[in-house]
Structure formats: C-alpha cells, structure tokens
Design a protein around this ligand. Structure first.
Ligand code: FEO
Ligand code: CA
Ligand code: CA
Ligand code: CA
Length: 645
C-alpha cells in the first residue's frame, strides 16, 4: 500500500520521561564504528534538527560486495535497470494462468475472467524449485502475493477517486476486485535463456477473497471468530491485503494479511468490540464497497468477521488442492511478512512486523522441531509455540516478551480470557507487555549466511519528541531506517530462539546532502544511491542485501531496488540498481537458488494518477487501450552471470 492511507492512530506515549535518545544512539554508533574496524578514522558525528545524524567512518575506496554500475536517478513512465542487465516482463495483471482462462480485456473483466488470471498489485514473490527439494534454478513455481486492487486506474471509464469509498462501483465490479487480490501460483521455466510462464500448468492457482480456508491454533473455534456463515469458527473465507510473506523449510508459503481494516464498513461504537476494532484501525471506511454488497464486511452486522483477517496463511503450492490455513498461533496483527529461520535446536522461528505506525515486532518459536525428511510431519508445526514481542533496551540488547495467557498482565482480569483472546488481540497484549513501538515495521528478514536479522522501519511522520525511543530516534520520521538484530552465536549456529538479542542501527535513510534529514549512509554512497522509505528486502544466495522502496515517488523520485553493503569498511554503502515506472513501488525481490535470476514485483504503476482519464503511465504495454498493469519483472545479466556481480 502506498503513502498516507494507513492508520492515523496517534502513538501511545510509552515513556514518562525522555532520555536523550539521539545522543544515546550517537554514542552507540560511535562505539560500533570502532568495532567495525574503523579505529583511527574520524567518525563524523553531527546533530541535525530532526534527531541524530551519524556518518560511518570515511574510508576511501571501501570495497563493496557488489559489482555493477549503478543507474542514474531517473523517474519517468517506464522502468530502468543497471547497464549489462535485462529487465523483462514475466507476468502482468490479467495474464491468463488457469486452464481455460480468458485473455485480459479491461473493458470486460468479471469475477469469472479474473479468477483465471494473474491478480492485481503483485507484492511478495518466492521461487520454489521443481521438483520440491531440488535447487533447480530454471524451473519452478513463482508464488506471488496480490495485495489489493486500484479501481481508479484499472476500470476503464470509471472515474472514482483513489482510496475513497466508491458508491458507483457495481456488484460485479466489486466481485471482480475481490477476485483480483490474494495470491497467484504460476509455474515458470527458463528455456534457452528466456523465462516463460507454463500456461495451463496444473500447479497454477489463484487464492482470493472467495477462497475457502481453514483456521488452526488458539483462535480456531473461538467465540470471537464465529460468524453466521461459519458457526464453527474454523472455516474463514478469503484472504486480502496480502503484502509480503515467507517460505517454510518444508516448502509451504506463508502469505500475510496486512491491512484489511481499510475495506470494512460499520461504526465501531455500535458493536460490542469497540476497543479491539479501534485498536486495529477499523473506522468503517469500506474502501472497495465490500460492505455495500457483502454483509460480512459490515462489522455492525458481523462483528467477528474482522477477527478472521490479519493472519498468516499457510498453504502448499506443490499441492493445488491444499486448503490454505490461517495459523492463529502466529498472532493477529498487520502482518507485513513472515520470514522463517531454524533455531540452533531445530525448531522453526518466524519473524513478522506489524506494519502500522507505533506497532511492534513479533517472533514465533515452534514447540516442536522441524522434520526435514517428511514434509507432512510439519503440517501442524505452526499451531504450537510461543509468540513474543520485541522490547529494545538502551544498552544495545533487546528482549523477546512472551504473549502467553496467564503470564504477567495477560490475565482474565485484564481482558484476556484465554490464549485465543491473546492471539486475536495481539496488539492489545503487546501494549500490556510494554513492547517498543516502531516506525511502521515492513520486511523483517534473516541473512542466510550470517544469521543476523534485518528490520525495515519504513517511516512514521507521527513520531514526536515525547514518544521517541532508543531504536526510533527521529521526530517526524519521513525517511525510515534499518535495524540489525544480532542473535547470540555465530553464522549458522546463531540462536534465533534466544530470549535476548543484540541490536544495531544499519542505516538511517534519507538524502545525505540534506543534514536536517539525519541520514547515515556510508559516505561513498552517491547522489543516485541513497534512498528513503525502505519496504521489502531480500538476501541473495551470497547473503547480500537488496532493498525495495515505497514512497520516494511522493518526492518525485523513482522507487526502486537498491543494494546495500553490510560488512567491512563499506557497511552502509547503498547503490541504485533498478528504478520503477511512475507511481509504482518496488516489492517482492527474490532470487533463484543460483542467484542468476532476480524477480521484482512492480506494484501500482500509475497509482499517482487522479483518475483513469489522467494516467501517469500505461506501463508496461503503453497501449492506449490498456491501463497500467502491475507486473512481475525478471532481471538477468546479459552474460548470464550472478545478479549483482
Ligand atoms: Fe503492504 Fe506494509 O506494505
Ligand atoms: Ca504494497
Ligand atoms: Ca510492504
Ligand atoms: Ca510500504
């Protein structure tokens, strides 16, 4: 989702007296500069008006782990990639992917046609090799989230306003939008160096707002998830606002439901769940007119339907008949993604950020160990374990606080009758535990080589002097920042299940030429290479970090994909690799196992257009009869080498 349309909820003041967080951070970063081998060089530290400014030590010609020529900063109606690379369109919104599906015809889209076609607003991508368990980098399943529809730029002739409730949308148009969200599975293969979609593959599949699902874990069957259509509370229908996600070690997809609150109708005060609805951002906006035609999306009529969204949904893309399961043990909140890791004793760990202002970082640790020899043995692994939430301390450590019913404040006296209520109202439970409020957590990913964990805080313009904390140190943070979490141990032996980690700031984003922004990129970062509003991150097989942005286009700059050094003297150096077309954000970066193919999901091209009659781009087709189409781009090196050098 793009700027400005997230929850406007004001941050809770979490501290009564305010230490000088900018100076605490400055001191820690200075120590870090020495630890990273910069002793003897000058750590340039200056204070800006908006908080702390830290520049890592200048070291001329610091060797980068990347070897490509970065692109010039450019923002126009098409996309751009670094010289020596090819960026080709693999999948467009509306491409037929299911056997018998109709060709895309924007003037005659329907629920029926859309349900056989690639969905709208692609986001998370993951390449799963075929066959399962292989490291095949030339044949596999591309699993892609489809976050939400954009009626104002996708329905020819309809000139409704962006982000407004849309009384002019017909029932068929609304159902078509509902069929365009969720997730798409598409078999792809590389033939003679060219990637292509395997049309009509039996693996190809769409999940949308009509798909029948199951629910498991502590919330399944709970009174708070029962509805008139599902008195069992175990059979939710549909998935929506699927933003980022993850892949389990046994090859299932975790697709994450982020901000469904925007698309429900009703008045929270007219229900018996006002506190929870308000805490989860529900204000009756009914952004897609879902409630107008489907009463389950009106929480005055069906107050528990909202409790059936905001979950992590697991499904098996290798089994087209598999029923997706909402895994409630992982908590209900605005899941941006769900990145997995394996603890040193063989249990599954899932990291997930709650993307709204002043929300939290969560971690789930499974009770049982993963069985890597038997996929089916892991089918209930995500139903038992401990969910916890992050609290950062000034000494550079952080704690994981368990959300366990009966422990600490999570008692019936405080409104938590059982573990079901703890996970359904995970935000309220995290409030009660005193977790650290963050500047909109987006992706939250593990470096596969070092085991360190990286958190994206995209921005938070509502952050104020009276609610700064040691890891969110900038008032009116419009640029975002990146935090590194350091589990105990080294390399593959790190303990992702430990109660305490270390932490560090990787980069404070923004334009280094504007000191008032307080950016902290490596000083060799060029005028093309700095970025702000980071969103999705990916590690290539070598453990190098790639970051997609969402929101630079509000500054009339292209969103795009940037490479960032993590280790050695170049730590914090950013370089521009790919630029999106007008209005688009750069989502879903992922790699094949050999690192020679990079997938990028270009989301909402042209979204900055006021109406369909004034489109800022018709990328990628540039056909006067076609709207802009969110698309998956496949990037390869012209010489067939590893992306990034
Ligand atoms: Fe859908 Fe958090 O971006
Ligand atoms: Ca998005
Ligand atoms: Ca995102
Ligand atoms: Ca975003």
């Amino acid at each position: 989702m793009t700027n400005g349309s997230k929850s406007n909820r004001q941050g809770r003041s979490e501290l009564t007296s305010q230490p000088d967080f900018a100076n605490i951070l400055k001191a820690r970063l200075s120590r870090r500069a020495i630890l990273h081998g910069a002793a003897g060089t000058s750590a340039a530290v200056a204070m800006g008006t908006a908080g702390s400014v830290f520049s890592p030590p200048a070291s001329a010609g610091a060797a980068s782990a990347f070897d490509f020529e970065e692109i010039e900063r450019i923002y126009d109606e098409t996309h751009h990639v670094a010289s020596g690379y090819r960026a080709e369109i693999l999948l467009r919104w509306g491409d037929p992917i299911i056997a018998g599906a109709s060709d895309f015809d924007p003037d005659n889209q329907s629920r029926q046609t859309q349900s056989g076609q690639f969905g709208y607003n692609c986001d998370f991508t993951a390449f799963l090799p075929l066959p399962f368990g292989s490291d095949n980098s030339e044949h596999g399943l591309l699993c892609v989230n489809n976050e939400y529809p954009d009626p104002h730029i996708s329905i020819p002739g309809w000139v409704g306003e962006a982000w407004a409730s849309s009384p002019d949308l017909t029932a068929e148009q609304v159902d078509t939008l509902m069929a365009a969200t969720g997730h798409s599975v598409v078999e792809i293969e590389k033939i003679d160096g060219e990637w292509r979609v395997v049309a009509d593959s039996e693996y190809n599949r769409r999940l949308d707002l009509f798909t029948e699902m199951a629910m498991s874990g502590p919330a399944a069957g709970h009174d708070l998830v029962k509805t008139s259509e599902d008195p069992s509370g175990t059979r939710p229908v549909g998935t929506h606002t699927n933003c980022s996600g993850g892949v389990t070690p046994w090859g299932t997809i975790l697709t994450c439901e982020e901000w469904a609150y925007y698309d429900f109708g009703g008045d929270p005060a007219k229900t018996d769940q006002e506190e929870s609805l308000t805490r989860y951002g529900y204000d009756g906006h009914d952004g897609l007119s879902l409630a107008r035609y489907h009463p389950r999306f009106n929480f005055e009529q069906e107050p528990n339907e909202t409790n059936r969204f905001h979950w992590v949904v697991e499904f098996d893309p290798y089994d087209p008949q598999s029923v997706p399961v909402k895994r409630s043990a992982l908590g209900r909140f605005g899941h941006e993604g769900a990145q997995t890791a394996v603890s040193s004793d063989g249990r599954l760990v899932v990291y997930s950020g709650d993307d709204a202002r002043f929300e939290y970082l969560f971690r789930f640790v499974s009770r049982d160990k993963i069985d890597m020899n038997d996929r089916a043995a892991n089918k209930d692994l995500l139903d038992h374990g401990v969910l916890s939430v992050a609290k950062f301390d000034e000494d550079g450590t952080m704690s994981w606080l368990p959300l366990v019913h009966g422990e600490g404040p999570l008692t019936p006296e405080n409104g938590f009758a059982d573990q079901g209520e703890v996970v359904i109202n995970a935000r309220l439970a995290a409030d009660a535990l005193g977790a650290t409020t963050m500047d909109r957590p987006e992706d939250f990913e593990v470096n596969p080589v070092t085991g360190r964990v990286y958190v994206v805080l995209t921005k938070n313009k509502k952050r104020r002097a009276d609610n700064l904390n040691v890891v969110n140190t900038r008032e009116e943070n419009r640029q975002g920042h990146l935090v590194e979490l350091i589990p105990p141990g080294d390399g593959p032996a790190v303990d992702h299940a430990a109660d305490r980690f270390g932490w560090d700031i990787l980069v404070l984003c923004g334009d280094p030429s504007k000191p008032e922004q307080g950016a902290s990129f490596h000083p060799e970062t060029s005028a093309n290479g700095w970025f702000s509003t980071p969103d999705n991150i990916a590690f290539d097989p070598q453990g190098r970090l790639w970051i997609g942005t969402d929101g630079m286009n509000s500054l009339d700059l292209a969103d795009g994909l940037f490479a960032v050094d993590l280790d050695g003297p170049a730590r914090g150096k950013a370089q521009a690799f790919y630029a999106c077309p007008a209005g688009a954000e750069c989502t879903g970066p992922s790699f094949t196992p050999d690192g020679r193919t990079l997938f990028i999901a270009v989301q909402h091209p042209g979204e900055d257009s006021e109406t369909y009659d004034s489109l800022t781009t018709r990328w990628p087709d540039f056909d006067a009869g076609l709207p802009p189409r969110p698309s998956v781009v496949v990037v390869t090196r012209e010489d067939g080498g590893v992306v990034g050098g």
